[in-house]
Design a binder for this molecule. Structure first.
Ligand SMILES: Nc1nc2c(ncn2[C@@H]2O[C@H](COP(=O)(O)OP(=O)(O)OP(=O)(O)O)[C@@H](O)[C@H]2O)c(=O)[nH]1
Ligand SMILES: [Mg+2]
Length: 1006
């Protein structure tokens, strides 16, 4: 007789008779995710049951038959509708694990406390607010989950459970944690997030077994001194303090983890504490909307209207000592879109924002460009912050009524945007909740974690808090400026939103900041670490660790730049963070014609033909040489340390280095070249359709994943992705909206497309290219950022290995925009393969985190259950398992041999290699393509990436550079010693992808 029966998700409404017939031998029964509402009477005869899973059924009351199964050790009856736990549950004396989460329980019976063997108890997602008196007697409890209940007071009984290792009270209403919590000295994981805590007990500092502590989403303003002794919380992600109005230590210190908190608290003990009430006020708005003039009016209290020629380039910072000893650092941004990419670096949480609109020129039809896009940027970057609306230029409007209607219109349209945004969030939350129900399983299921993380993110992306429009004039008389000033001060009174106004710092840190600030005023671009160390010791920061923590804090606060993890930059401190905008300003110009003209004194030594070539190379290939960069920045003080400028550009992800080929060197010299994706204006290369034919061959599959952004794509996000993928790919071809590249001999495609809301009723219709990088898109338009690879099916694991690092880069970039409306997806491989244009099903991206499903094949949801695809094509873990379990070779060399066996016509790359087969390759390569820029050493690296190291020496000796490589055919390869057809094939195929325009013909056996 069977000892174990699995009946999960079988649509059952009653227990099948074969289960009941199993008798006493049955030990484990899994009937999760069915529709059971009661158990039959003879269920009580299954007396041998040790483990019963009834999770996610329709039980409205606790089935009494279970109370006779006295051998039960594990019972899962979570996700039902139980309103009560029976008194006589105490008969289940052997129970070690009990899951009752997600029911409708409000309390537990007193007799529950007799389940003395209980080790794990899950009561999350119920309505419980207190525990039975003797709950403390359950001292075997190690895991206790009370998340999402109604506890307002911490139940004292829990303090007796000295063997607890995990305690979860997240999502309750706790206001205070008792000092005696330290009695739980074996506790490793403590979850107290999403409560109403305003402080923590001092004794928490003694709970040194803690390795995970979640405290986010409370109202904690200060951590107890000694908190830094919780040294076993090693990973930064395991200490969560986000969304607390912390001022001691400030959140920039906490972001550095326990070590940073410890150093801060040590320093606070040594030096005196000082409060520096300072907050950032940022002015944003369309060009010429009056930001700088308003900044002058606010800070100087007189009218100083700017002149046309004084337009702001980059960003200017003006300190403003407002009333009440508060200093506001006013960040005035140049409005031109070209600066948006760097401005985002300075838009930080905890600041106050002013959005300016020129009321005299405002038209309601122009709302999306004059107001809407700023709302999008702020909402995506700093959700939940305060935004004051300033309607400028009112002195130029005669009619008071016109002012009133325009202000009203702006307020109404912003209101609509807010409303739609909230609706969108709700829709997404509902969709994810529904999908979550579809994958509910074990509570530690990682897919579930993925969904919950995304849900939390969505809940976190709170709407912005807008003021009414303040009509004002920065011209003579400063009409309305006082009202705005008064509003600024009023808003700042909300200290929980602006904890910076009460931030407590060791005096030594504040002194270090002042000293570095004076260097900024002296226009020092950078100082060495040894100079910084000297300054630090002069202000009393003598140890290396105390200096490092202070410098790390100042960097995170945005007062300086210091990249401790960048080898090239770690020995330099940049006192002025705005220097990056200076560099950007020098390099990026919207008027390229006038910059690259012989009249520009910077290029006086260049011939006009040469300049034309530089300009064309920039616009078509995004390339700038180091020399030209130097010329562009020649007026800027940053140029004194030109190498650092390049390292900063690389650190910010604005460009990546490109090897110089002999042919490029002949034209531009041997100078290092850099590609700036932000400059690219080109369309997809002509070879695009050949390298990526719409139809996928029989022997191949395509994995396609990405993010869809709705209504708004952060400026520069895609361009930075193009830079960030650089270390993960070889040989690449870039255009404005995409990159074709290789990873070993795999082809990779990264693309951005826009789907206009009117284009098609279908959310999965293919998109179009963006016409301009600064396009304002409509609220219902969608931008897809898609990462794709295509290869022989046998190589699925290798395909994932190539894709996942790219996906991680994309995910990390998305995190910089916490309020962005986006969803992640993995396209159904069956739809892709069958070229279901416009109707491709997209699985939610969380599927990638799913534990490897057991089934080999999955069904295509669009096919009505008739078509299948390999599970490993949507499950990296499954692909890995497959690769491990097979004895198939997975190394590049060996798998190339496997790949090529029996491959027939593959679009442009037509290769057929049985062992005797000969390939002829006709290269009609595009001479501008990347391959022609490759040096001999690049070719060597290229061979290494194909794991064909054995040929590198010969290639080197024969001086094969990219230009020669592009012309090689099978015969030439043979004469160079590459006799193995599989190796020839690998080289030809990868070269073809590099060349773009390549066609192969299959030769006859000679
Ligand atoms: N009459 C009048 N002119 C104004 C007012 N505010 C700004 N101006 C003028 O409008 C033009 C643009 O003003 P700025 O303050 O430079 O605008 P901005 O938003 O800082 O412009 P960018 O830095 O280029 O983005 C200048 O010519 C100002 O003199 C105002 O309230 N009334
Ligand atoms: Mg300005």
């Amino acid at each position: 007789m069977s000892r174990q029966i699995e009946l999960q998700k079988k649509g059952l409404t009653k227990v099948p008779s074969h289960v009941l017939r199993a008798g006493k031998d049955l030990r484990e029964l899994n009937m999760r995710q069915n529709h059971l509402s009661c158990l039959p009477d003879d269920f009580r005869n299954l007396k041998g049951l040790v483990n019963v899973k009834l999770w996610d059924n329709n039980f409205k009351s606790f089935p009494e038959q279970l109370l006779e199964l006295i051998e039960l050790e594990e019972l899962d009856i979570g996700c039902n509708e139980l309103a009560e736990v029976p008194e006589n549950i105490e008969v289940l004396q052997k129970l070690k694990m009990l899951r009752l989460y997600k029911n409708k329980l409000q309390n537990l019976p007193e007799a529950f406390c007799n389940l003395r063997k209980l080790e794990m108890f899950y009561l999350g997602d119920n309505g419980v607010s207190s525990l039975p008196r003797d709950f403390g007697k359950l001292t075997n409890l190690a895991d206790l989950w009370f998340g999402n209940n109604r506890f307002e007071d911490f139940p004292d009984q829990v303090l007796c459970l000295v063997n607890l290792k995990i305690l979860n009270f997240s999502g309750n209403k706790l206001r205070k944690i008792p000092e005696d919590i330290c009695k739980l000295n074996k506790l490793e994981n403590l979850y107290l997030d999403k409560n109403e805590l305003t402080s923590l007990p001092e004794s928490i500092c003694r709970m040194t077994s803690l390795t995970v502590l979640h405290l986010q989403d409370n109202r904690i303003t200060a951590l107890p001194m000694g908190f830094g002794s919780l040294v076993n919380i090693k990973k930064r992600a395991d200490l969560r303090l986000k969304n607390n109005p912390l001022c001691q230590p400030p959140h920039e210190v906490c972001a550095g983890g326990i070590e940073s908190i410890a150093a801060y608290q040590d320093e606070l003990g040594r030096s005196t504490a000082t409060v520096v009430p300072q907050v950032k006020l940022t002015l944003v708005g369309t060009p010429l909307s009056g930001k700088t003039s308003l900044c002058n009016a606010l800070t100087q209290d007189v009218s100083v209207l700017t002149k046309e020629e004084d337009r702001t380039h980059g960003v200017q910072i003006t300190p403003w000592s407002a009333e009440g000893n508060v200093t506001l650092l006013v960040y005035d941004f140049g409005g031109h879109p070209i600066y948006h990419m760097t401005h985002q670096l300075f838009l930080t949480k905890g600041s106050l924002h002013i959005l300016t609109v020129d009321l005299a020129r405002y038209r309601k039809e122009a709302f999306p460009t004059s107001v809407g896009k700023w709302v999008d940027i702020l909402r995506a970057r700093v959700p939940g912050t305060h935004v004051l609306l300033a309607g400028t230029h009112v002195d130029q409007i005669k009619d008071v009524e016109e002012i009133r209607t325009k202000c009203e219109d702006i307020e109404t349209q912003i209101g609509q945007m807010q409303e739609n945004h909230v609706k969108d969030l709700d829709r997404q939350i509902r969709k994810i909740t529904k999908e979550l129900q579809g994958v509910r399983g074990d509570s530690s299921n990682s897919t579930q974690d993925g969904y919950i993380k995304r849900l939390t993110e969505l809940h976190d992306s709170k709407p912005l808090k807008f003021s009414r429009v303040f009509p004002l004039s920065s011209a003579e008389g400063l009409q309305g400026v006082n009202a705005l000033r008064a509003e600024i001060l009023r808003v700042l009174e909300d200290t929980s939103t602006f904890p910076d106004l009460r931030r407590v710092l060791p005096k030594t840190w504040a002194d270090l900041e002042t000293r570095l600030e004076s260097l900024r005023k002296e226009k020092s671009f950078s100082v060495s670490r040894s100079v910084c160390r000297q300054i630090a010791s002069e202000v009393g920061l003598t140890s290396e660790i105390s200096m490092n923590t202070a410098v790390g804090y100042l960097h995170r606060k945005g007062a300086i730049l210091h990249y401790s993890e960048n080898e090239a930059l770690r020995d330099h401190v940049f006192p002025d963070p705005v220097c990056i905008v200076e560099i950007f300003k020098g390099l990026f110009h919207y008027d390229t014609d006038s910059v690259f003209s012989v009249d520009n004194p910077r290029f006086e030594d260049m011939l006009s033909m040469e300049l034309d070539r530089v300009k064309t190379s920039l616009l078509q290939n995004g390339l700038l040489s180091r020399d030209v960069i130097h010329m562009l920045l020649s007026d800027s003080p940053v140029m004194l340390q030109s190498d650092l400028v390049m390292d900063l550009l690389l650190e910010f992800g604005l460009c990546y280095p490109v090897p110089v080929s002999p042919s490029t060197a002949a034209i531009f010299g041997t100078d290092q070249q850099y590609r700036f994706p932000s400059y690219l204006q080109s369309s997809p290369p002509k070879t695009y359709n050949k390298v990526w034919p719409a139809q996928i061959s029989e022997s191949q599959d395509q994995i396609e994943l990405g993010h869809t952004l709705k209504g708004f794509c952060p400026p520069g996000l895609f361009e930075r992705l193009c830079v960030r993928i650089h270390p993960h790919v070889t040989y690449r071809q870039d255009w404005k909206d995409g990159v074709m590249a290789c990873k070993g001999d795999l082809q990779i495609l990264v693309q951005r497309t826009l789907r206009r809301s009117g284009d098609s009723g279908n959310e999965n219709a293919p998109g179009t290219q963006l016409t301009s990088r600064f396009d304002v898109i409509n609220p219902n338009d969608e931008i897809d950022i898609v990462i794709t690879t295509r290869a022989d099916t046998i190589d699925v694991n290798r395909m994932w290995k190539a894709l996942l690092p790219l996906q991680e880069e994309l995910d990390n970039l998305m995190k910089e925009w916490p309020g962005l409306t986006h969803t992640s997806f993995v396209t159904c491989p069956h739809c892709v393969k069958n070229n279901a244009v416009g109707d491709r099903y997209r699985f939610p991206g969380q599927i990638l985190d799913q534990p490897a499903p057991e089934e080999d094949m999955m069904v295509c949801p669009r096919s009505g259950g008739t078509s299948f695809f390999r599970t490993s094509l949507v499950s990296p873990l499954r692909a890995e398992e497959e690769a491990n379990s097979k004895s198939l070779p997975t190394s590049g060399k060996a798998s190339a041999a496997v790949n090529n066996a029996g491959v027939t016509g593959v679009g442009n790359i037509v290769i057929q290699t049985g062992n005797d087969c000969v390939i002829n390759v006709n290269t009609i390569g595009n001479k501008d393509s990347e391959v022609y820029h490759m040096t001999v050493e690049d070719v060597v690296e290229f061979l290494q990436s194909l794991r064909l190291d054995e040929y590198t020496e010969t290639f080197r000796q024969k001086g094969v550079d990219g230009a020669i490589l592009a012309e090689l055919d099978d015969r030439a390869l043979r004469t160079m010693g590459v006799r193995n057809p599989a190796h020839q094939n690998s080289i030809l195929r990868a070269t073809a992808a590099l060349c773009g325009e390549t066609s192969f013909t299959v030769g006859a056996k000679r």
